[in-house]
Design a protein around this ligand. Structure first.
Ligand code: UGA
Length: 439
């Protein structure tokens, strides 16, 4: 089948490559010409495991191309996916939908007859109503344009695998739309054949599924981080608490790792976005607990700064601190709302001299936080420092040799913000080891 993907960021570029892998002919469209040029050369403008290989494979055969032209996208296919980014507004908690609306406005005049548009962007519930109005206003033949919604649940650093083998696919259809499900099933035939369940529902429920999923995931993380706060107050150990809780299959271990909390381009924004939308709908009280989820999450960053100050003898002024980690989670170079960088920046503002190491994200970090020091060598970051903070749980750090590092650091103190360093190993090597949520 011929498909387009409008918007080629984390979601769109991965979706385009995955659709080509399924055997479709795919045209990705993005207004950023530099991004389009890189993608046409088989290079994603961000790091995602396996994505460059897929892009190279399919741009070489010609089954996957990228363009900056809406006219070309409109003419190319009669199935169009929307993967345009919907960040948080700069001055409110709500989603910024301007790029999404602009993309649909620009694409619509070029659409062929009998077109299906499938939205994948994360949007507040009710967005498809506005998109239908835009389609109505700008199309030549509104009656023959269908709009469906199929939210994306991929995780960064597992994006290719999550797109090709999703744990579920959700499809929202407009009332009376009797044809789009068959087209959708044809696009996803291979994935459905492999057993991914398809849930067909209405547009509003499909839109809400994504916000609800991310709000739940965020709540699970903040729940265990609230328990970590309690552990800190009581002298208990949150990691042992998790191990004990996880045996209850209704609770389970996944998505409940305590530590510095959640960051990235999705969970923080989606928690705030669902609150903002619920308030618009007059249902703010139903999700008011999510404000606390957000607050617990942000408190972990403050707690890390306080612990660092405590370990530095009560003041951060002039203290040399090594920060391991800049990405919002391991195996990505994405630094959006990174807890690690938020802490590094706060330490710098409190007067510390901060050197940041990350296996992949220092280029992006340097652009966003140019005032911090960076190094490509984890040992160099530590050399001469008075404290080491472990803030993103790369395996590189877990595997580091504390005995060797002990020879380079001025004062052998480490605070583990992610709970993945082997405490006994570090202590045996002569380090003072502290961790969030542990005595
Ligand atoms: C998240 C969701 O997991 C995806 O299902 C969703 O599709 C995606 O957002 C999206 O909306 O596009 P992602 O942001 O890639 O995916 O990352 P996660 O793996 O969920 O991690 C988010 C943050 O939570 C990271 O900072 C991570 O370190 C933190 N986290 C995660 C914890 O602190 N504890 C955990 O147990 C899990």
């Amino acid at each position: 089948m011929k498909l387009t993907i409008i918007g080629c960021g984390y979601l769109g570029a991965t979706h385009a490559a995955a659709m080509a892998e399924l055997g479709h002919q795919v045209l990705g469209m993005d207004t950023d010409t530099e991004k389009v040029d890189a993608l046409n050369k088989g290079q994603a403008p961000f790091h995602e495991r396996g994505l460059d290989d897929l892009l190279t494979k399919h741009t070489t055969t010609g089954n996957l191309r990228f363009t900056a032209s809406y006219a070309e996208a409109g003419a190319f296919a009669d199935v169009h996916f929307l993967g345009v980014g919907t960040p948080q507004q700069s001055d409110s908690d709500a989603y910024d939908l301007t790029h999404l609306f602009a993309a649909v406005r620009s694409l619509t005049p070029w659409l062929a007859d009998n077109t299906l548009i499938i939205g994948k962007s994360t949007v507040p519930v009710g967005t498809t109503k506005i998109l239908r109005e835009i389609l109505h206003e700008h199309s030549r033949d509104f009656a023959n344009i269908k709009l469906a919604w199929s939210p994306e649940f991929l995780r960064e650093s597992f994006a290719v695998a999550d797109t090709l083998r999703p744990d579920r696919i959700v499809l929202g259809l407009a009332p009376g739309d009797t044809t789009s499900e068959a087209v959708f099933r044809a696009v996803y035939a291979e994935i459905l054949r492999c057993g991914s369940p398809l849930i067909v529902t209405d547009l509003l429920t499909a839109e809400l599924t994504k916000s609800a999923a991310n709000a739940f995931l965020a709540t699970k993380i903040s729940f265990i981080n609230a328990m970590a706060e309690l552990c800190e107050a009581a002298g208990a150990d949150v990691h042992e608490l998790v191990a004990a809780l996880a045996y209850d299959t209704r609770i389970g271990p996944r998505g409940m790792r305590p530590g510095l909390g959640f960051g990235g381009g999705c969970l923080p924004k989606d928690v705030r976005g669902i609150i903002a939308r619920a308030e618009e709908l007059g249902a703010g009280q139903a999700v008011s607990f999510l404000r606390e989820v957000d607050a617990i999450n942000l408190r972990r960053r403050d707690r890390m700064v306080d612990l660092a100050r405590e370990q530095c003898g009560g003041t951060l002024i002039g203290k040399r601190i090594a920060v391991w980690g800049a990405a919002f989670k391991p195996d990505t170079d994405d630094i959006r709302d990174s807890p690690a960088l938020a802490v590094a920046d706060a330490l710098h503002r409190a007067g510390a001299e901060v050197t940041v190491h990350d296996p992949m994200a220092t280029d992006n970090a340097r652009k966003a936080f140019p005032h911090l020091e960076y190094t490509d060598d984890a040992t160099a970051a530590v050399t001469g420092a008075g404290l080491l903070l472990h803030l993103t749980e790369w395996t590189h750090y877990r595997d580091a040799d504390p005995a060797d590092l002990r020879r380079h650091i001025a004062v052998p103190k480490v605070i583990d913000g992610r709970g993945t360093l082997d405490r006994e190993r570090w202590r045996t090597a002569g380090w003072t080891h502290r961790a969030l949520g542990r005595p």
